[in-house]
Design a protein around this ligand. Structure first.
Ligand code: ATP
Ligand code: MG
Length: 424
């Protein structure tokens, strides 16, 4: 009887080796920029106690209400696969005393888990790169964070992202505003969708974040939080905008931008694109000055952001930018007796010593010249090296161009390193 095949869990994807070069390219490019701004990597566990997320992200949020992968382990502890990176980073900072009289500029990379409906750009396991800064009130650091994200896209060659910013003000200002919003929305109670009706009672600000197009006309006419900002937050926000203007970073103030997580205050921002359908937010972040105290640490200013790597990869694949591949530079064909094979392996190691960045595949598993040549072609290599009994006897080697119409070259084996070194 045929055995039942086991597939991956719905919404959790394998990234196969034809895709990993583009992932590596995105990750390396972004890490290089983070490094150049002096941000340091922190590595955090994938599992945390569930309470960490309900206390930080907020009980009345999409994530905590319906998206977490939570379970009870063998000891009866309630654990959750992290749905985002900020809570764990704050937990680690408190636990290791990273917030005492010091500033921290940290970044992380890793898988996150949310039980959402899988579709393009939205998965149940996805990957984020994020950064968090602690101990700085801004607005200079708010600007730095935004400049750094702008640089990511420039380095990757992406120019179809729009920056949207907003300020959520202080907690007190939001309380006043919340009442105005509830008064306004209550007049439309009949037209609100079920989610919004519920949120009107539990977390009205979140209604502004609704993805339901029918809600948009109501949201657009709602009172604007920006008009209720406290003076300090107003000043903070205008300094941020002035710095962005001075440096020439374009942005749109979006007064409905509130972000889906509870912990934000003052600056919030998103980088959005219209190339990914409903999954248009590639990177999102903001200030969260009260979170650390809220989960038991000493009051510490904080700001951070996270970006979805899957969405960046999709954007690159859709663009006409050159996409990195796994193709080797050279495929080494070895045809003949044992002496030929042994000498071929010896030469290949010499090449690797001299040219550590050369991508060289030595034919394994024998085969006629014809079949090895086919493998060389299929590998995508630019060049094939051929060593057969004749070449071995004359200390020569043949070099064939696989992607260009150029005649074969016969080289002295000793010349090979220099020849390859001078190729681009
Ligand atoms: P969305 O509005 O798209 O659901 P979000 O506000 O829930 O996003 P954040 O929690 O701010 O997202 O996460 C930051 C980034 O992580 C998002 O902008 C997106 O690029 C990515 N992201 C979030 N959820 C997913 C997911 N389920 N699958 C893939 N990427 C995701
Ligand atoms: Mg979401």
């Amino acid at each position: 009887m045929a055995k039942k095949l086991i597939s991956s869990v719905r919404g959790m994807n394998d990234i196969l080796s034809d895709q990993t070069p583009i992932w590596q390219y995105v990750e390396t490019t972004i890490k290089q920029v983070l490094d150049s701004y002096g941000y340091q990597e922190i590595r955090l566990p994938i599992l945390e106690v569930t309470e960490l997320f309900s206390r930080s992200i907020g009980e009345i949020t999409d994530i905590v209400e319906k998206e977490m992968f939570s379970f009870t382990d063998r000891n009866g502890d309630n654990l959750t696969l992290r749905p985002e990176g900020t809570a764990g980073c704050v937990r680690a900072g408190i636990q290791h005393g990273l917030f005492h009289n010091q500033t921290q500029k940290l970044w992380y990379i890793g898988q996150m888990f949310r039980h959402e409906r899988p579709q393009q750009g939205r998965y149940r396991q996805f990957n984020q790169i994020g950064a968090e800064v602690y101990g700085l009130k801004g607005p200079d650091i708010d600007t730095e964070i935004i400049l750094m994200t702008a640089r990511f896209w420039r380095q990757l060659g992406l120019n179809n992202l729009e920056l949207q910013i907003n300020s959520l003000g202080s907690m007190e200002a939001r309380t006043v505003y919340k009442q105005k919003l509830v008064d306004y929305l209550s007049d439309y109670n009949e037209q609100l969708d079920a989610d919004s009706q519920r949120r009107l009672r539990t977390n009205p600000l979140r209604i502004l974040d609704s993805k339901n197009p029918q809600m948009l006309p109501i949201i657009e006419k709602a009172p604007k939080l920006l008009e209720y900002l406290d003076t300090e937050s107003q000043e903070h926000f205008s300094q941020l905008r002035e710095l962005l203007d001075k440096i020439g970073i374009k942005y749109k103030v979006n007064p409905s931008l509130v972000r889906g997580l509870d912990y934000y205050n003052r600056t919030v921002f998103e980088w959005v694109t219209d190339c990914l359908g409903a999954q248009g937010t590639v990177c999102a972040g903001g200030r969260y000055d009260s979170l650390i105290e809220q989960i038991g640490g000493k009051a510490t200013s904080a700001i951070g952001f996270a970006m979805g790597i899957e969405r960046l990869v999709l954007l690159l694949l859709q663009s006409d930018l050159p996409i990195p591949t796994n193709a080797p530079d050279v495929y080494f064909i070895l045809v003949g007796n044992e002496q030929v094979i042994k000498h071929g392996w010896y030469l290949a190691e010499l090449l690797r010593d001299a040219l550590p960045n050369l991508r060289l595949i030595v034919n394994c598993g024998d085969g006629s010249f014809k079949s090895q040549f086919k493998r060389a072609d299929k590998s995508g290599a630019k060049l094939a090296l051929v060593l057969a009994e004749d070449e071995l006897a004359n200390q020569k080697i043949a070099l064939k161009y696989l992607r260009e119409k150029r005649p074969q070259v016969i080289l002295e084996q000793l010349e090979l390193i220099n020849y390859l070194k001078n190729l681009d």
